[in-house]
Design a binder for this molecule. Structure first.
Ligand SMILES: C[S@@+](CC[C@H](N)C(=O)[O-])C[C@H]1O[C@@H](n2cnc3c(N)ncnc32)[C@H](O)[C@@H]1O
Length: 223
């Protein structure tokens, strides 16, 4: 464990290997993640695009639908139970994907490599969200976009319920945390300008609310 993982109680180096979660994720009705929000992530994609934590490739059909010519699509996914599913989905969707076994906290790409980075329900699960966001900033080109759809910690009684359920939930949900303050993390990061962010009251307790939005990488990197 690193010092930070001791502080948070999470082991950032732990193996990511969740066969049951991967099988269950395949069976979840897609209506849980409304089409309009996946379309938001995939809108007008062009150039070099990276999807982090691609899971079973649920985004791929939307990417194919929205993509323009010359799109170069890359994806990372650390769970060996998810990657074969993503490969099958890529074949079924007719999407050419360079899919790699990697974690968002340590992306295997050079600086300034991508026009757009996408994240759909991944910052709830990454073991070190601050390191992952720093990596997104590093691999994005100046003015590049980080688009996200994430479920986040709620307020009031719902937050209290999330805190209670979280220890069980993270075991069942492949490490998913119900109570992350992802909005603050994203909005306050000095590598990004906040283009838009919207709180969405969909989802079923305890996986609610969601936020979706776009950050734009600043031209100058913070010193
Ligand atoms: C809830 S699923 C979301 C899958 C997909 N993005 C979607 O839109 O349906 C979360 C995914 O994040 C992956 N993940 C877990 N830890 C990660 C990490 N450190 N870096 C990148 N992805 C990670 C999980 O293996 C899982 O596939």
């Amino acid at each position: 464990m690193t010092n930070e993982s001791v502080a948070t109680g999470h082991d950032h180096d732990a193996e990511i290997d969740h066969p049951v979660f991967a099988a269950v994720y395949d069976l979840l009705p897609q209506s849980l993640f409304p089409r309009v929000h996946r379309e938001y992530l995939a809108r007008d994609l062009a150039g070099r695009v990276l999807e982090i934590g691609t899971g079973n490739g649920a985004m791929f059909p939307y990417v194919v639908e929205a993509a323009s010519d010359g799109l170069e699509y890359h994806a990372i996914e650390p769970d060996p139970n998810m990657r074969p599913r993503a490969k099958r989905q890529a074949r079924a969707s007719g999407l050419a994907v360079d899919l790699r076994d990697a974690r968002a906290e340590s992306l295997p790409y050079p600086d300034d490599a991508f026009d757009v980075v996408l994240s759909g329900m991944v910052f709830c699960t990454v073991q070190d969200p601050d390191a992952a966001l720093a990596e997104v900033a590093r691999v994005l080109k100046p003015d590049g976009e980080f688009r996200f759809l994430e479920h986040v910690g709620a307020d009031g009684w719902r937050r209290a319920g999330q805190e209670l359920l979280n220890p069980l939930w993270e075991r069942a949900g492949g490490g998913c945390q119900l109570n992350r303050d992802t909005v603050d993390r994203f909005a306050s990061h000095d590598s990004f300008a906040l283009e838009e962010i919207e709180r969405l009251e969909f989802g079923i307790f305890p996986v609610t609310p969601f936020v979706r939005g776009t950050l734009r990488r600043r031209r100058e990197r913070p010193v």
